[in-house]
Design a protein around this ligand. Structure first.
Ligand code: CP
Length: 299
């Protein structure tokens, strides 16, 4: 079987089945409550790969990032894995000289194949870039945001934050504001919420910014209830309209829709949301390396 048919890559949120989400959340819980557990996971991975060689996380970030690259890199460091790749590929790689993404990925494949195991984490301004990288690489590829398409690990992190703060992942009303039609974080979270099932989505935006009709129809067919509201960002006045037991999340970077005055509201949980990114992404890297090891043994 070729790697792209195995589900080893994480390109779109639709791959995050209920079982996958639950196992990642439970592993992240262990990492969160026992800080030494991530280092132990790294030791266990090295023992698993002892006969195969060194382990690394390969970064290819052709678009700016603070949180995604920082949390993946923190997870990598805590797991004790090597760093390879480019955190600022647009400026410091041959991309700046016009090299294609295909050639960059073919090149990194030749380097990575000297390693026993690796996970490739890619962010790119163009939709479909993560899938393109996955078709080239032998190791699992994780989409860290491809244009306006998807950001599946952000959606995992969002659902994990909801689970931490609300104690459940179903029976929720999730209001998603900004530009739902063009937001990769919203596309992926809507999908993850639909996989959880029995959730209501409210898209907040304006004419032309709500989800497109095929996406809405697909979500409705999965049992998601949809509503649309015309509204702008939050401010001290509109905070009064939000339920007292709601939580306010944001993937960041923030725009004018969430002024700093909102930070003082006890319902604002976005700093915790960022904190949860490291254990969750460590759990994902671990899962991908274990799955790839099993794939290599079977092939
Ligand atoms: N949430 C998110 O993707 O943030 P960065 O762009 O800083 O990675």
């Amino acid at each position: 079987m070729v790697k792209s048919e195995t589900g080893l890559d994480l390109i779109a949120a639709s791959q995050l089945t209920l079982d996958v989400q639950t196992s990642l959340f439970e592993r992240a819980d262990q990492f969160l409550t026992s800080p030494g557990e991530i280092a132990q996971a790294g030791e266990d991975l090295k023992a698993l790969y002892a006969e195969m060689g060194k382990l690394a996380v390969y970064f290819w970030f052709e678009e700016p990032s603070t949180r995604t690259v920082g949390s993946f890199d923190s997870a990598r460091e805590l797991l004790g894995l090597g760093f390879l790749g480019e955190r600022n590929a647009k400026a410091t790689s041959s991309t700046a000289k016009g090299e294609s993404l295909q050639d960059s990925m073919r090149t990194s494949k030749t380097h990575l194949n000297l390693f026993g195991g690796a996970v490739v984490v890619i962010r790119h301004p163009k939709e479909g870039s993560a899938a393109l990288a996955a078709a080239i690489h032998d190791f699992p590829v994780i989409n860290a945001g491809d244009g306006q398409h998807e950001h599946p690990t952000q959606a995992l992190l969002d659902m994990y934050t909801i689970r931490q703060k609300k104690g459940r992942t179903t029976g929720l009303t999730i209001a998603m504001g900004g530009d739902p039609r063009y937001s990769r974080t919203i596309h992926s979270l809507a999908e993850v919420a639909s996989i959880q099932g029995d959730n209501e989505l409210i898209c907040i935006g304006g004419e032309g910014l709500w989800l497109d009709e095929p996406t809405k129809e697909a979500l409705t067919n999965k049992g998601i209830t949809m509503q649309e509201y015309l509204a702008h960002g939050l401010n001290e006045e509109s905070l009064y309209m939000i339920k007292h037991d709601a939580i306010i999340m944001h993937p960041f970077p923030r725009g004018p829709e969430i002024p700093e005055s909102v930070d003082n509201d006890p319902r604002a949980v976005y700093w915790d949301q960022m904190k949860y990114a490291v254990p969750l992404r460590a759990a994902l890297i671990e899962r991908k390396l274990i799955d790839h090891h099993n794939f290599k043994l079977a092939s």
